[in-house]
Design a protein. Sequence first.
Length: 94
Amino acid sequence: MNLGYFLAKNFSSVEYRKFLAQSKNPKAAQARLWKETLQKIKRSDFWKAKNQSSLLEDFEITDYEDYRAEIEKSFRSGVSTLTAEKVIFWSESS
């Protein structure tokens, strides 16, 4: 699948215009997305136990191994232990 087809198929003209507008101010887009993400993770026991700050800069850089056990629990239960949300589907990546 080429990139043009992917963009045309997955972005309506309205969504594409939103994307372009957000790309003009990436710091504001990042702040908005972080606010949404933070609201999701604050509900999970995993993040409550970490007692994290609400500042993105205070979160350490991690990799898959840091979350492997939690992801495996989520896979078995069908509920994400990282967001406390029901898992809709699983997809394997490289």
